[in-house]
Design a protein around this ligand. Structure first.
Ligand code: HEM
Length: 447
């Protein structure tokens, strides 16, 4: 089926966390639950439902809190869905993240055998994200979520992760994150990059045409698939001390240390993009949400301002791949809802304090394979697309200590050699995030 007109999104049936940005700052908890059987799962969903807001709901709830709900394939099995329904989901979701580990580059210390239990096992069924603007309000919602499951026999919390976003928006390596986001056509959320027209809703919400003009494959029956999406959750440990030591050893001055860090990320710590601030950080630009995502790369194809291999440029090359009318980049966009976990390593400390810290990375989109997996495997983990086969993403790529990172520079380029891994995967899950009507259907309240 081919359609080109803008779709009208059924906002009142879409979970709010899919389309609306999170409050900033915020405190949150991710909970993973195991359900014993269909009845236990249905009771849990019935209790959670009143707390799940739609994308049409006003943002000004008195407590500013929100709850999002997703299910793994094992969870949908535990809910007793029939085989034809279970098989109607995308292959990679059915297989689960652990089964895709080698493809994703989750090997060595990042491989599933080292993951935090029970991540990647058949014990993970339901994923809850509970968020609020601060700890006090979070506690209120957490208690309501707890009451929803604690006296239910057959529901068990199997994993819990506290998370937060600092008022500065910075995460553990010291950089402001989650600035670059696509605008979703019809969502009502305005674009932040004037160089990128809104992306078709079907790239992010099932039931609408995507960038190819077709409806993305949708799980059946329609009541289950429509207005849902897929979610990727990854707990990523960041080796902050190793990162700081690496830069200190390679830089001739503190200024150069900051520059090398920015070249690795593609932005300065404040969030100012190298494309607009190539020489030094510009905190006003970084803080200005109307300007800090308004840039392109086509005037810098050689990467003198922002290296083609920098993390953010690999993850979204913007117009740098636009040749002969190609708009391929639009097929690989992702909504991200990343968040920090663990204590920050104090500024200036170079020794590892042994604390577990990093990011709970969250991707939302209708195509796990051509969005999340493609970006992770082709653009972040592989050097071929930027013409450097022996290079990977210097920030998050599966480096082993022998890879390099090229920084174009006149008169001669700079090369960082022996890139160690700065990010270790602690585990993750592929989930399905149903629409609200689908949640009622899963809870046995709707046919
Ligand atoms: C611990 C792991 C990670 C860290 C510390 C990290 C950090 C960052 C930072 C600081 C930025 C710049 C801010 C922004 O543009 O929003 C960024 C951008 C981005 N990252 Fe990551 N990231 C991580 C993992 C990932 C992964 C696994 C993916 C995808 C598979 C990813 C995809 C993106 C995308 C799509 C952008 C936006 C690029 C743009 O639109 O210009 N990141 N990341």
């Amino acid at each position: 089926m081919t359609q080109r007109s803008a779709a009208v999104l059924e906002l009142d049936d879409i979970q709010r966390g899919l389309l609306q940005a999170r409050p900033s700052p915020y405190a949150g908890t991710y909970l993973l639950l195991r359900i014993a059987d269909r009845d236990a799962g249905r009771r849990l969903i019935q209790r959670l439902l009143p707390h799940v807001a739609s994308a049409a709901a006003p943002m000004d709830r008195p407590d500013g809190a929100s709850l999002s709900v997703g299910f793994t394939h094992e969870g949908l099995k535990a809910l007793g869905l029939p085989p034809e329904t279970l098989e109607s989901f995308a292959l990679e979701f059915r297989e689960g993240m652990a089964a895709r580990a080698a493809h994703l580059g989750d090997t060595g210390r990042s491989s599933p055998e080292h993951w935090e239990p029970p991540l990647g096992t058949s014990d993970v069924h339901v994923a809850l994200a509970v968020l609020a603007p601060d700890e006090a309000r979070l506690d209120g919602l957490r208690q309501r979520a707890r009451r929803a499951h604690e006296d239910l026999p057959g529901d068990e919390v199997v994993w819990r992760q506290q998370c937060y976003q600092l008022p500065s928006g910075r995460t553990s390596f010291g950089f402001k994150d989650v600035i670059g986001q696509p605008a979703v056509e019809g969502s009502g959320v305005p674009p932040t990059n004037p160089h990128e027209p809104p992306i078709k809703a079907g790239e992010f919400v099932l039931g609408y045409p995507d960038e190819t003009g077709s409806l993305p494959p949708m799980p059946t029956p329609e009541v289950l698939g429509r207005n849902g999406t897929y979610m990727v959750v990854r707990k990523l440990h960041t080796r902050v001390a190793a990162y700081r030591q690496y830069l200190r050893a390679r830089a001739r001055s503190r200024e150069e240390e900051a520059l090398l860090g920015a070249k690795i990320v593609g932005r300065w710590p404040s969030g100012a993009p190298l494309a607009l601030a190539p020489e030094k950080d510009d905190p006003d630009l970084g803080a200005d949400d109307r300007r800090n995502n308004g840039f392109a790369y086509a005037d810098d194809l050689q990467g003198f301002k922002c290296p083609a291999g920098a993390h953010a440029r690999r993850a979204n090359p913007r117009d740098a791949l636009d040749y002969e009318g190609s708009t391929e980049v639009r097929l690989h966009r992702m909504l991200r809802r990343g968040t920090s976990y663990g204590p920050m390593l104090p500024a200036g400390v170079l020794e590892d304090d042994g604390a577990d810290r990093g990011i709970v990375f969250v991707f939302l989109g209708t195509h796990i394979d051509r969005q999340f997996e493609f970006v992770k495997t082709q653009w972040l983990n592989d050097g071929v697309f930027i013409g450097a086969p022996d290079e990977r993403d210097p920030l998050t790529g599966p480096n082993h200590g022998s890879e390099r990172f090229t920084i174009p520079r006149r008169p001669i380029r700079r090369r960082l050699e022996e890139m160690p891994p700065f990010v270790i995967t602690r585990g993750g899950e592929y989930c399905f995030v149903p629409g609200l009507r689908a949640l009622r259907w899963l809870g046995g309240l709707e046919t």
